[in-house]
Write a protein that binds this ligand. Structure first.
Ligand code: ADP
Length: 219
């Protein structure tokens, strides 16, 4: 792999960004950087940052660009990110996309993957999603771990995210259409976007993504 492999993954909430980035992170040997995970960890650990953003997250609103940009800038200088990163949930607004260009230089992003799914499907996925509060493992409401409330990977508590309740889901999808969807066009103008159908099974989507990354010399 030549240079720093920065891969941006766009897609609605519930498109499967987290699941796919976890898999690709192993495949590529570069970290999965999820701003949502970083913010949720801060909330769980009750750090000053976590206390500041807790109600914003629960309501399904966006945290300020300044704050998120700072978090990502700090994450990028950690040694594991020097070879590259899979960015999940960042950038999410035009201001964040500009900040990313500033951190990386305009040719820093190698590819932007748009994981495409319908709103109907994501509403169905998010309503039945359960997550481990400790390690972020994702389950369905019908999985044993969700029913027992105990994560199979780490033993942590498996819960329904406060922003996976219907009102917050609707707000997050509106925000996506307004603030994040325009980024696709922004990156299309640079010829960086590859659209992948996210409505299929996780394995089928991964297989497609691996092909995309291969074709860009990223695996
Ligand atoms: P989802 O994409 O399913 O909403 P994430 O885990 O990516 O979930 O994000 C959860 C929440 O964290 C968002 O609703 C928002 O409040 C906050 N957040 C995450 N990334 C960003 C970002 N780049 N800018 C602003 N807020 C963010």
């Amino acid at each position: 792999m030549a240079g720093r492999a920065i891969v941006v993954v766009l897609g609605k909430q519930g498109a499967g960004k987290g699941t796919q980035c976890d898999r690709l992170s192993e495949n590529l040997g570069i970290p999965h950087v999820s701003t949502g995970d970083i913010l949720r960890a801060a909330v769980r650990e009750r750090t000053p940052l976590g206390l500041e953003v807790e109600s914003v997250l629960a309501a399904g609103n966006l945290v300020s660009d300044d704050l998120v940009n700072r978090l990502v800038e700090e994450r990028f200088v950690q040694t594991d990110a020097l070879r590259g990163a899979l960015l999940d949930g960042f950038p999410r607004t035009p201001g964040q996309a500009e900040a990313l260009d500033t951190f990386l230089g305009e040719d820093g992003i190698k590819v932007v993957i748009d994981l495409e799914v319908s709103s109907e499907l994501v509403i169905e996925r998010l309503s039945s999603r359960r997550v481990c509060q400790e390690c972020g493992a994702i389950y369905k409401d019908t999985d044993v771990a969700a029913i027992s409330g105990t994560c199979e990977r780490c033993g942590g508590d498996v819960i329904q995210r406060p922003d996976d309740f219907p009102d917050a889901i609707a707000r997050r999808l509106d925000t996506y259409e307004r603030d994040t969807a325009p980024l696709k066009e922004f990156y299309e103008r640079r010829g960086l976007v590859v659209t992948v159908d996210g409505s299929r099974s996780p394995d089928e989507v991964t297989a497609d993504l691996v092909e995309v990354l291969k074709s860009r010399d990223l695996t």
